[in-house]
Design a protein around this ligand. Structure first.
Ligand code: XMP
Length: 517
């Protein structure tokens, strides 16, 4: 396994994802990780990430000395290279010239890291790479034992290596896709130089997780709040494989689910896979609590609290449950660690309704804690969950509750469910579902005029929302074809008599958000 020490770069998570994609397990830890903890981790290699600070500043981060005392290969990227150079006796200087973006680096001595890896070969045989650079400082003097691998005009030491100790430094970022050969360079370091085997596959992950869960829970019962979302579904499938009937799932119908969602979850897990699922119909309770409430944040709180209340009641009925399973994934772990130490990273403000009270006495089982979303999906497919479930769009915890503007009523939820089902069905039919990141309908409680035959009628408005995004922090409205929008609007107005008008939301985020509330 590989240890990634984080100096606060926005790309650190990307490094970890690339390493995992190569098939090798890795973990991200803060740069000031305890020396003994590093020894105990027993990494086969260490990667030092980039970071926003300057090595030339006083009191800026350094790699713990033990990194250079373990006799394992070390790769420094950007700030990581600079601190490595500085700590081993080289020199780093600040230049006013910041280099940001595409660059071509010329290789003058490929060494074990770069041999056979290039983008361009000139007539005289010299090779170069297309890379992504983002730095102000640069290494200006190599430490003893190092030689130069590559350079650019503005950065005379763009890559360096000490082939005896297996230390490498790259001023550019191999983890971003703009560095075309980045994956191969990382693979060379991890597999070629550090000798790691590619054991981190979906099958391997499952085998590992199954063993861990069995060891952790023994013969005890584990409780899981199943929502039908990707993470909790994969947890259910994984735990069912590990401990069979010792897993009990609670699925709460809050009246704000999509059309047939409850039936589908039951069909999939209870009937098909034989998982023990308790379905709780709490629609009335949720809807009556929401009566008269218009403020979105209040609605979110009520839905969250009511969920916890229902879930608590169900778990009290099952006596003596010691374990509670949760679909926490690795980005959540990194984020909460970063928010505790105050280091880098943007903190997402949303929490799933599954967030449970802190005074719970149950011990947590979190089998996805080490996985990125794409790994969770691969594991889900490997466990036999259908593609459509594993790759479905995110659905917020408060469900349709935040897609009905203002007060939530059953009547509104029923109309919205129908409209949503039509939109999603058409997206799938037109092969557009997987091309959008999230798509849904919003209920607007205003009446607009329409004509049916000779009469005028005043009915509700439905807005269609579809976005493209990578991280849901920013998003562009999806440019869906006009013919497609026409088809969806036609169906919604014709099939749902309470709707007389359909609009398409053309706002991007920011300044708008993806949801309407
Ligand atoms: P916004 O609307 O903030 O949404 O652009 C970004 C992503 O977060 C989801 N979202 C939520 N998820 N509880 C959730 O579990 C919430 O209260 C919530 N609000 C928004 C939204 O669907 C989108 O994917």
């Amino acid at each position: 396994r590989i240890l990634i020490l984080d100096f606060g770069s926005q790309y650190t998570q990307l490094i970890a994802r690339r390493v995992r994609e190569i098939g090798v397990y890795c973990e991200i830890h803060a740069f000031d990780m305890d020396e003994q903890a590093i020894r105990d981790f027993a990494p086969k290699a260490i990667i030092l990430s980039g970071g926003p600070e300057s090595v030339t500043g006083s009191d800026t981060p350094r790699a713990p000395e033990v990194v250079f005392g373990l006799q394992v290969p070390v790769l420094g990227i950007c700030y990581g290279m600079q601190t490595m150079a500085e700590q081993l006796g080289g020199k780093v200087s600040t230049s006013n010239l910041r280099e940001f973006g595409y660059a071509r680096v010329d290789i003058d001595q490929a060494g074990s890291l770069l041999t056979g890896i290039d983008d361009h070969v000139a007539e005289n045989g010299s090779m170069s790479l297309d890379v992504w650079m983002s730095h102000g400082d640069k290494v200006t003097e190599l430490p003893e034992g190092f030689s130069r691998l590559a350079y650019t005009d503005s950065c005379p030491l763009a890559a360096m290596a000490d082939e005896t100790r297996h230390y490498y430094g790259l001023q550019f970022h191999p983890e971003v896709t703009h560095t075309k050969q980045g994956g191969r360079i990382l693979e060379r370091f991890i597999c070629g130089i550090a000798g790691c085997e590619k054991l981190w596959t979906a099958e391997g992950i499952i085998e590992d997780a199954v063993a861990k869960v069995r060891k952790q829970v023994g013969n005890e019962t584990v409780l899981l709040a199943l929502s039908g979302g990707v993470d909790s579904s994969v947890v259910a499938a994984l735990l069912h494989k590990a401990i069979g009937d010792q897993l009990v799932c609670v699925f709460v119908d809050n009246g704000l689910l999509r059309k047939n969602e409850g039936d589908q979850v039951m069909a999939m897990f209870a009937n098909n896979m034989g998982v023990r699922v308790i379905r709780v119909d709490a629609q009335d309770r949720f809807l009556s609590r929401l009566h008269g409430v218009e403020d979105p944040e209040k609605k979110r709180k009520i839905i969250g609290n009511t969920f916890i209340e229902v879930f608590d009641e169900e778990s009290a009925k099952l006596k003596g449950v010691k374990f509670l399973a949760q679909g926490t994934i690795y980005p959540d772990v990194i984020e909460s660690a970063a928010s505790k130490t105050g280091k880098a990273h943007v903190i997402k403000s949303h929490h799933n309704v599954g967030g449970l009270p802190e005074d719970m006495t149950m011990e947590l089982v979190e089998p996805l804690r080490e996985l990125f979303k794409d790994e969770v999906r691969k594991v889900g497919l490997e466990l036999g969950l259908p593609y459509s479930m594993v790759y479905r769009h995110p659905f917020p915890g408060p469900g349709l509750g935040v897609r009905i503007l203002g007060e939530v009523k059953r009547e509104y939820a029923d109309i919205l469910r129908e409209a949503d089902a039509i939109f999603i069905e058409e997206l799938r039919k037109a092969d557009l579902y997987d091309k959008t990141s999230q798509a849904f309908t919003v209920f607007l409680p205003v009446k607009s005029v329409g004509v049916v035959g000779d009469g005028r009628r005043y009915e509700y408005v439905i807005a269609l929302r579809a976005v493209e995004t990578i991280d849901f922090m920013t998003a562009r409205w999806a440019h869906l074809p006009y013919e497609f929008l026409e088809q969806v609007s036609g169906r919604i107005i014709n099939e749902i008599s309470q709707v007389s008008r359909v609009t398409y939301d053309i706002s991007s985020k920011p300044p708008a958000t993806i949801e309407w509330e």
